[in-house]
Design a binder for this molecule. Structure first.
Ligand SMILES: *[C@@H]1O[C@H](CO)[C@@H](O)[C@H](O)[C@H]1NC(C)=O
Ligand SMILES: *[C@@H]1O[C@H](CO)[C@@H](O)[C@H](O)[C@H]1NC(C)=O
Ligand SMILES: *[C@@H]1O[C@H](CO)[C@@H](O)[C@H](O)[C@H]1NC(C)=O
Ligand SMILES: *[C@@H]1O[C@H](CO)[C@@H](O)[C@H](O)[C@H]1NC(C)=O
Length: 354
C-alpha cells in the first residue's frame, strides 16, 4: 500500500516535471511543441478552480469552556467564510471535519462523536492549554487527523501576530499612566509565577486584579485598566515552548510594556520584537527587576524606547470572553477548506509533551 502511494506520488511528480518541462519548452523553443498535454487541451479535465464546490462543514462538537459565541463571527470579524461552521450534531454524518476541544472529552471517552466515522471526515484535536494543564485521556493518541494549538508545529497554529507596516506609524501616543505595575490573575495556578510574584512584591507594589487576589475585573474594563499601567506582568501559568498567550498580546496592543515570565527570550522573539518587552530572565533576581522598573518610571526617554517597534508593526487586540475562542475556531475553518489531504496523527501526547 505504502509503495503504491509512493509510486503514485512519484508518478504525479514525474507528470508535473514533464508538464513543466513542456511548458518551459513552449517559452524557450516554441517550435518544439511536441508535448501531448498541451496539444490536446480538450482531453484535460476541467480546471479545478472552475469546479464549484460546496463549502466544507466544520462541526464544533463542544463549545470550549461553554462560551457560546455567534457562529457568524468568522465572517463578520475575520472575514473568513470558507466553511460552514455549525454546532448542530445532526450534521455529524455529513461533516467534513469535527473540532473536538480536549478539555471537554470525558475520561472514558464516552462523549466523543459516535461510530461509524465517515471515511472522509477529519477530527481536529483542539487544545490551547500547556502540557502541564492538559489531562492525559488514554485512547485518543491515534484518533485525530489534525492538531489545533498555540504550538508552532501544530497543523493549525493559532496566534495573533503583529502586522508589518510598510509606512511607519508616527502617531502612536503612550496612554496616560496612573499605575506602575499591574497583574490580572484569574486563578492560583502556576508555581513558578507565584513564587516570582511573591519575591517581586517585596520590592515593588503590584496592582492585582482578578478573582484570586484583588479587584475583580469586568471584561469591558480589561483593556482600559491595562492601558493605565506602565508595566504588566505577562506571567504564563506554566513554562513551555511557544506557550506565549494573550497575556503578552494584551499589554502590547494597548501601549503597556509587558514583563514576561515564560519560555526563553529567544522563543518570544520568534513572534515579538526583542525591544518590545522585558523578560524576567534579563535580571539575576526579582529585586534587580524591581529596581529596573523603578528606574524606568523616572526615565521617560528610556521608557519610550519600549514603543519604538510600534512604528513598523501593528498589534491587534484579542477578543475577550465570550469570544476568546473565535480566532482558533475560525483559523480551523479556513484550514479545512484549503487542506483536503489525508492525514493521521500518531502518539499525540508524545508530540505534545515532548
Ligand atoms: C450573529 O451575527 C449576525 C451578523 O452580525 C447577526 O445578524 C445575528 O443576529 C447574530 N446572531 C445572534 C444570535 O446574536
Ligand atoms: C440541525 O440540523 C438538522 C438537519 O439538517 C435540522 O433538521 C435541525 O433543525 C437543525 N437544528 C438546529 C437547532 O438548527
Ligand atoms: C495572593 O495573595 C497572597 C497573599 O498576599 C499571596 O501569598 C499569593 O501569592 C497571592 N496569589 C497570587 C496568585 O498572586
Ligand atoms: C483520520 O484519522 C483516522 C485515525 O488515524 C484515520 O482512520 C482516518 O482514515 C483519517 N481520515 C482522513 C480523512 O484523513
Amino acid at each position: 500500500m505504502a509503495i503504491m502511494i509512493l509510486n503514485g506520488a512519484l508518478l504525479y511528480r514525474l507528470v508535473i516535471v514533464v508538464t513543466i518541462a513542456c511548458l518551459g519548452s513552449l517559452f524557450w523553443f516554441s517550435y518544439l511543441n511536441n508535448c501531448s498535454p498541451v496539444q490536446h487541451p480538450q482531453q484535460r479535465p476541467a480546471r479545478p478552480d472552475l469546479v464549484k464546490e460546496e463549502k466544507p462543514i466544520l462541526l464544533l462538537w463542544f463549545w470550549p469552556e461553554n462560551l457560546l459565541f455567534n457562529l457568524s463571527d468568522c465572517q463578520t470579524i475575520f472575514n473568513i467564510d470558507s466553511c460552514f461552521l455549525t454546532d448542530n450534531r445532526s450534521l455529524y454524518s455529513n461533516a467534513d471535519a469535527v473540532l473536538i476541544y480536549h478539555k471537554s472529552i470525558n475520561r472514558d471517552l464516552s462523549n466523543l462523536p459516535p461510530s461509524p466515522r465517515p471515511p472522509f471526515q477529519k477530527w481536529i484535536w483542539f487544545n490551547l492549554e500547556s502540557p502541564y494543564h492538559t489531562a492525559k485521556k488514554p485512547g485518543i493518541e491515534n484518533l485525530f487527523n489534525h492538531t489545533l494549538s498555540y504550538r508552532q508545529d501544530a497543523d493549525i497554529f493559532t496566534r495573533l501576530h503583529l502586522t508589518v507596516r510598510k509606512t511607519p506609524d508616527e502617531n502612536f501616543e503612550i496612554p496616560k499612566k496612573e499605575k506602575l505595575v499591574c497583574w490580572f490573575v484569574s486563578n492560583k495556578n502556576g508555581r513558578e509565577r507565584n513564587a516570582y510574584y511573591n519575591e517581586l512584591k517585596k520590592h515593588i507594589y503590584v496592582h492585582m486584579y482578578g478573582k484570586v487576589n484583588g479587584t475583580r475585573l469586568e471584561h469591558k474594563d480589561y483593556y482600559s485598566t491595562m492601558a493605565n499601567c506602565k508595566f504588566y506582568l505577562s506571567f504564563e501559568n506554566s513554562v513551555y515552548k511557544d506557550y506565549i498567550t494573550e497575556k503578552i498580546n494584551g499589554p502590547l496592543s494597548v501601549g503597556t510594556v509587558p514583563v514576561v515570565l515564560g519560555p526563553p527570550r529567544k522563543n518570544y522573539e520568534n513572534f515579538i520584537p526583542g525591544d518590545a518587552f522585558i523578560h524576567v530572565q534579563d535580571f539575576p533576581d526579582a529585586k534587580s527587576l524591581a529596581e529596573y522598573l523603578m528606574r524606568l518610571d523616572l526615565d521617560e526617554v528610556a521608557y519610550r524606547r519600549y514603543f519604538n517597534w510600534r512604528r513598523h508593526f501593528s498589534p491587534q487586540r484579542h477578543l475577550v470572553q465570550p469570544q476568546a475562542f473565535d480566532l482558533p475556531i475560525c483559523t480551523a475553518c479556513e484550514y479545512i477548506a484549503t487542506h483536503k489531504y489525508y492525514k493521521e496523527i500518531h502518539d499525540l501526547y508524545k508530540w505534545y509533551n515532548n
